[in-house]
Ligand binder design. Structure first.
Ligand code: DC
Length: 227
């Protein structure tokens, strides 16, 4: 792995689904003028491509082969467009169908190796806020600030359900809560880079905290770090 430049600031934000990672990460990136890298979107893009090519999600070899030859590019504009082999998949990767299968493919070593390589390349472009599950533990172990966001399972499911309803999806709360529970289990129990806080991460429970409070807290941490 290429060494981080002294002048680059790296903020790693990990945590389970619905903990508020992307909302907070986007705002921190905007306020500090950093790139935002949504690594979950990259896993979703691989799941999208596998489904599109009618590959069985349980077929680890074929899904890993697909990952190795797929170009996933995140555009760093306000719109955060996700490109998968030149196709704009920003909307498509948020479907409940992708949410259901993505943690299966995220457990495959071949998929993770490919995406970690792309994620580190993104970080070489300059200062970043990167969110995911293994950023502080594996992708950017030298990150200046490591945050692990949590919230109660009920609160996380409520946030994800509201997000889906606002996006026009017709889904039941119980269904979203169940899918999220399954995904949490798969993400924390997998053998490679499971979801867990880095030993030097700051754990923040976001239940009952406003987005503004969280963003302010993370920005204050970067100021302490730079002193
Ligand atoms: O954050 P998200 O819900 O978009 O993530 C989609 C899936 O990808 C989720 O099941 C966890 C997995 N993931 C991962 O294993 N490692 C990452 N760095 C980011 C996401």
């Amino acid at each position: 792995m290429k060494q981080k430049q002294q002048s680059d600031l790296q903020i790693a934000i990990d945590g389970p689904a619905g903990a508020g990672k992307s909302t907070v990460a986007k705002l921190v990136a905007k306020q500090l003028n950093l790139f935002y890298v949504d690594t979950g979107a990259m896993y979703r893009a691989i799941a999208y491509k596998a489904l599109k090519h009618e590959i069985l999600i349980d077929d680890e070899l074929s899904v890993s082969q697909i990952a190795r030859t797929t170009e996933v590019v995140l555009d760093h504009s306000e719109q955060q467009i996700v490109w998968c082999d030149g196709e704009n998949v920003t909307q498509a990767i948020r479907s409940p169908e992708i949410s259901r299968v993505v943690s299966i493919i995220a457990a495959y070593v071949g998929v993770r190796e490919r995406l970690v390589e792309l994620q580190r390349k993104e970080a070489e472009r300059g200062s970043v806020v990167m969110d995911g599950r293994d950023i502080g533990t594996h992708v950017l172990p030298e990150a200046d600030i490591k945050i692990f966001l949590t919230a109660t399972p009920k609160e996380r499911a409520r946030r994800r359900w509201i997000e889906l309803v606002n996006a026009g999806e017709n889904v039941f709360f119980e269904e979203v809560a169940q899918d999220m529970q399954n995904r949490d289990r798969q993400d924390t129990e997998r053998a490679v880079s499971p979801l867990e806080p880095a030993h030097d991460a700051i754990i923040l429970d976001t239940t009952g905290l406003s987005v503004q409070e969280l963003v302010a807290e993370i920005i204050a941490l970067t100021q302490e770090d730079r002193r």
